[in-house]
Design a protein around this ligand. Sequence first.
Ligand SMILES: Nc1ncnc2c1ncn2[C@@H]1O[C@H](COP(=O)(O)OP(=O)(O)OP(=O)(O)O)[C@@H](O)[C@H]1O
Ligand SMILES: [Mg+2]
Length: 581
Amino acid sequence: MFKELKTLFSYFKKYKWQYIVGIFALIMTDAIQLYIPILTKKGINLIEENGALINVGKISIFIAISALLIALGRFLWRFTILGVSIKIETDIRHRILDKLLKQSLNYYKENTIGEIMAKATSDTEAIRNAMGFGVVAIIDASVMMIATLIIMFVLFPSLTLATLFPLPLALLVIISFSKYIRKKFKETREVYSRITVFVQEKLSGIKVIKGLNNKNYTIKNFKNLNKEYKKASLKAVLAWALILPLIETASGLTIVLLLRKGGIMVVNGNLTIGDFIAFMGYLALIVWPILSIGYIVDAFQRGSVAIERINKILYAKEEIKEIKNSVSKNINGDIEFRDVYFKHNNSSTQTLQNINLYIKRGEHIGIFGKVGSGKSSLIELIPRIFDTQSGNIFIDKTNIKDLSLQSLRSGISVVPQESILFSDTIKNNIAFGKDYVSDNEIEEVAKASTIFNDFSFWKDGWNTIVGEKGVTISGGQKQRIAISRALLMDAPIMIFDDAFSSVDVATEEKILNNIKLLRDGKTTIFISHRVSTLKNCSKIIILDQGKIIENDSFENLINKSGLFSDIFEQQNSKNGEEDLI
Ligand SMILES: Nc1ncnc2c1ncn2[C@@H]1O[C@H](COP(=O)(O)OP(=O)(O)OP(=O)(O)O)[C@@H](O)[C@H]1O
Ligand SMILES: [Mg+2]
């Protein structure tokens, strides 16, 4: 537990002034609270002695002023300490996002989005609670407990000894239970994460569930998961349910003891009524800190479990890293693969072997090959989505590992095989990643990808929201929005990974002609299963089981016997029908 809390010390340091002011206000409030029983005692003793009412009035005014100061102090510590805890929560969320954006794709294979979401939401909340109310409770409880004990022992030594002994016993119980509760709590967090993953995945795949009539199966699995969560949570609750009444019984017992022992002392004249009431006041003050130990342990346990989980994100190894003295420069678009070998983490076979390839700046090249031959993997190595196993890739003669990730990636725009749109307007989806874009620029790329004609289909034109809360758009429309987005980036290197698979051949032809003009003199790579897509390319690479088996011009390849000419024949004879290998 303490190891995890150490991480939080950096935040204590960062916000030390707010904490100092807050803690000061808290201690002041406590000090005034501790003085009130003494004032009460004086007041009662004065009444008992039939003393001057003027003095009683004075004491009442003192008590009223004290109450006002307590209110002020409470406001101050709440405002500062709870305010800081919200700032810390925000800081941690920023750090999480920052780190997540640096992680490689492999990271997302090992960590599900639902699990990450649970950490970024409810776990950060648990940290806020520990750093806010947790800190307040621990300081408040310690000050109150220690000070009250000292006062009680100094003012009423024998009465204190006779009444307080049940309380340390209650403390012992809490401490011995705390480890068990922590374990149970951790279990509930883990099952909770799995529930989040389940719901997130099933809802985003709702079409599949409905399409395959998978509802009952999904419900059954969810019920089991929910049951597991209930079981783990109930065990934690049960432990608490045992502890709390125990503490309450212990504090009740102290009152019984006080009535007995204190009552006898009053009757015998060894204690004034004022003293008796003051002692009761202190007893009330000490019971609260002991009760709150349960809360403190709970808040810090939840907080430490949460920080342990969040640290797994914050301190995870970054697979793709920049070297220390990385070079920042603008990219021209010369690409060279030298003896490149690559294997995906969990793949049993080599994904790419002995890749040697030179793409001259401004060239338009094609990559062709059967499904799973390694086309996407090959181009993913260029922006360092993955790193090579051996061999090197050079851009403008500089090893990409020596370039800063910022200059490398801003020099490359990729239209990925699966087009992803965000829940935003179509216009913002096209402009994604750019701070300022004029309408004219968006219009130009939208016309190039031919999506411009589709804008009139939607009620709000390009201001229509797509995705969860908006319209559903077709696969072909999605692809063309993704193409517009990449064209707008107009990076020195542009890659289309099977980016025309959902549009018909005639539309593809139009888009390709526009791209040819827009990308003239700029390095462009086309991956396709369709031979016709690649006809404008100056050379075509054919991949087979991760190896380059051909590197030649379109004309030469259709005249050579082999995969390319076979597919060409097949696709041509079908007269340009949608046909994939
Ligand atoms: N992230 C990954 N983790 C593990 N293996 C992967 C991963 N991505 C691809 N592979 C494997 O690497 C091989 C090459 O895949 P790749 O996606 O590069 O093929 P492709 O030529 O683009 O295929 P397609 O035409 O279907 O898009 C396949 O065997 C695939 O299963
Ligand atoms: Mg692919």
